[in-house]
Ligand binder design. Structure first.
Ligand SMILES: [Zn+2]
Length: 416
């Protein structure tokens, strides 16, 4: 029986969210904002107080090692969360509110009464009637993404340290900066981490286990027109901006776009247009779960653009496809026990397992391709990147419990 103290995890979480750790997509430093280290330093010192060997490196990564207490030959696993919060919504002066024994009524956030959390548009709240939930106060996000993961990892670590009768192998703790700006593993020292398999704690509803992400490419179309003085341009000028507009108009509107696709469907999505009459650049993101289909999306985009260019004599184009990240399932399928053990741990924690695909990428998708197969486990976070963000305390506790079970399962299944 693993008994995670809910009061303690709630207190821990509420302390962490009050530290402003917003990352910055415009910054070129590593980490992108120095203030992320404010939380990293707290985590470092809390790990050390638990007697765990830990360090914070100059790039803002916290590494900790819980040594093995088993004689078995067990692969080292890693639990990982990110300390930063999304740039979409302010994270300064977060005032977490603990709603004890939630009664099912609408929650009006006191600092901005237009922010109302209600069951009618957040049905998952229903599962938390009678339990404790935590919200922000109306002016900021909460930061449950991903401080619920950070709190769960710290709580599980404390549990393992204080209950040495629970047998486990070596466990690495990793807290990363800059996940929200796509640089979460950019400067990660994999040698230093030295783990065989990983789990990010960065998911939603209790019981969810994500083992699949998009595969992602970026596509750039550069259109070269022909420039001339507009007063004397007849039969000479070819306007690149107009061609760019035409290409965008030719894109399908009822399919193949993020606004009209879901589940396993891929898409092509223009994200930026830049140019002058002589030269225009269109940038796209291309997404699919299947690498072959991803490639076809790129080819289809290219042929749409070529058909438009052909109509404008003298215009030329360049088409560039760049790999961004790949579906982690390719890697996880080679190590099926990584996901299977996580599913078993969730079951042992008394939850139904919901295996899900992420229509996006995670640090785990990048880590998987850096040699650390790494699915994503729930923490309970809801309404992320918004002022209505919230988390159920019992979900966070279940995430910590799942980690303890998972550590035990790796020990049980390993040979002497
Ligand atoms: Zn996250």
């Amino acid at each position: 029986m693993i008994n995670i103290n809910q009061e303690s995890i709630a207190e821990r979480f509420m302390r962490y969210v009050q530290v402003d750790t917003q990352s910055d997509p415009q910054s070129n430093t590593q980490p992108t904002t120095e203030k992320q280290k404010d939380l990293s330093k707290i985590l470092l010192s809390e790990l050390q107080q638990l007697g765990i060997e830990a360090e914070l490196d100059t790039h803002g990564y916290v590494f900790g090692t819980i040594p093995s207490n088993s004689k078995k030959n067990i692969p080292t696993i890693c639990f990982c969360s990110h300390v930063d919060t999304a740039p979409d919504c302010t994270g300064t002066n977060v005032k977490p509110i603990l709603h004890k024994n939630y009664n099912g009524e609408d929650i009006v956030l006191p600092d901005d009464i237009t922010q109302v959390l209600k069951i009618s548009n957040t049905p998952y709240l229903k599962k938390h009637i009678g339990s404790d939930i935590i919200t922000a106060s109306g002016n900021t996000l909460l930061g449950a993404d991903d401080k619920s993961g950070v709190a769960a990892i710290m709580q599980a670590t404390e549990y393992l340290v204080k209950n040495p009768e629970i047998k486990h192998g070596e466990i690495k703790i990793l807290f990363t900066p800059d996940e929200e700006v796509g640089k979460g593993v950019a400067a990660l020292n994999m040698q230093k981490l030295n783990a065989k398999f990983g789990y990010t704690l960065d998911g939603g509803e209790a019981g969810s286990l994500e083992d699949e992400t998009f595969s992602a490419d970026g596509a750039t179309i550069i259109i070269h027109g022909i420039i001339a003085h507009p007063g004397y341009a007849k039969n000479k000028l070819v306007n690149a901006l107009k061609i760019a507009g035409e290409i965008l108009t030719e894109l399908p509107t009822t399919e193949w776009a993020p606004e009209v696709t879901d589940k396993k469907e891929g898409f092509v999505h223009p994200v930026r247009v830049e140019g002058i009459a002589e030269k225009a650049t269109l940038e796209f993101i291309v997404r699919d779960f299947d690498n072959e289909k991803l490639k076809q999306h790129g080819e289809r985009l290219k042929s749409i653009a070529e058909d438009v260019i052909k109509k404008h004599v003298g215009a030329t184009m360049e088409f560039i496809i760049k790999e961004q990240y790949r579906n982690m399932k390719q890697i996880l399928d080679k190590n099926p026990e990584v996901v299977a053990y996580a599913a078993e741990a969730i079951t042992r924690a008394g939850l139904p397992v919901k295996t899900e695909s992420i229509r996006g990428g995670t640090d785990g998708s990048r880590l998987s391709f850096m040699g650390l197969p790494c699915p994503n486990i729930f923490t309970g976070m809801q309404g992320i990147h918004s002022k209505l963000e919230w988390v159920g305390v019992k979900d966070m506790a279940k995430a910590a419990e799942t980690m303890v079970h998972l550590s035990m399962i790796w020990e049980e299944k390993s040979p002497l």
